[in-house]
Design a binder for this molecule. Sequence first.
Ligand SMILES: NC(=O)c1ccc[n+]([C@@H]2O[C@H](COP(=O)([O-])OP(=O)(O)OC[C@H]3O[C@@H](n4cnc5c(N)ncnc54)[C@H](O)[C@@H]3O)[C@@H](O)[C@H]2O)c1
Length: 382
Amino acid sequence: MRSTKTYHVRAQLQADYEVVCTDNILDPASDELVGRGRQPGTHAQRRFIVLDQAVDAIYGNSIRAYFEHHRVECRYLVLPGGEQRKVMDSVVAVAAALDSFGIDRRREPVISIGGGVLLDLVGVATTLYRRGIPHLRVPTTLIGLVDAAIGVKTGVNHGCHKNRLGTFQSPTAVLLDRRFLASLDERHLRNGAAEMIKLAIVRDERLFELLEEDGDRLVEERFQGRSPAGERVASEVLHRSVRGMLAELEPNLWERELDRLVDFGHSVGPAIEMLAGGDLLHGESVAIDMAVFTTVAAHRGLLDDKAARRIIELLHRFALPTDHALLDEEVAGRALADTVRHRDGRQRLPVPTGIGKAVFLNDVTQDELRSALRHNRAEAIS
Ligand SMILES: NC(=O)c1ccc[n+]([C@@H]2O[C@H](COP(=O)([O-])OP(=O)(O)OC[C@H]3O[C@@H](n4cnc5c(N)ncnc54)[C@H](O)[C@@H]3O)[C@@H](O)[C@H]2O)c1
């Protein structure tokens, strides 16, 4: 006789963290960096800090002086930035260094200070290490500030796939200090702007207008507010971007729902980014993808020509690409098929229906992709 007994286990995954827009976190008078993640009743004694190499070269002395001032014993691990380093080997290197430091599993949050690549890979390492240790994130690039640092996704690339290995992580806290952008080169600023433009297109018309009106000034002043008008607009676009991103993410943090507006730009983009190797930055591949599905929407009559033109022009104003030589219909078709596997059997393609508005499509055909690609290539050449 067969006997079956079923035990049902049900639990909720909690996330509880703050994203703090702060100023000058390396000022010794601030205790944000050293105080976050400190257990009540304990003093910060030791910290393991992972630094992006470029950040170390520019801010390393101030970072070390900050922690010395607060009498914190630190171990620094410096890793190069760049997509090529976003691999499992880097995660393993972090784990080995954590072992050698002998990190306390609960009381010594790892602090990572760097771009999206560093935050993503340290995120993987700190969720895998002893099945999860606290991680305080400090982004230093625009993509990091408005996107990579503030949600719960971590990841590294694997094989020829973007973010194929990854985890969800509720960070200890996220500290946003736009002063780091002062040293970021123009291409990476424009690259980060692509994620802001994405949010503007799918949900925030005012953000779109601000980027149209003041994009040049923002890049020129590196979001540092070197003039009163520049300060006003830098502060507003950053706050709108962070607020908008969190408003999209928070109700669906663990991605139970796969119709996600924030996936605009991420349907064929990741595949073309990987295919192009170091030739395309993440935001640049997002821009190309946004251009493809903007044209698909326009060709379907979902988006009027004027709005479609404004979107493409804004991408061009930020010197972002809208086409790439390697993106042909076969590549796009394969990328879309992989996206469908990622999105539980449906395309779930966010496409704009106006500035600040979008819908999801599930029936985009290969013919439509081909025609959008041809159109964008012709426009890019002319
Ligand atoms: N987890 C997420 O939700 C999420 C969201 C968006 C993007 N991402 C990921 O983020 C990555 C892209 O991030 P990124 O553009 O920051 O790349 P990155 O981390 O490689 O940084 C870009 C370059 O800038 C340098 N750098 C960093 N900070 C600097 C500073 N303040 N001054 C001067 N140079 C500096 C780095 O060394 C690197 O060379 C991609 O891998 C993407 O997939 C993740």
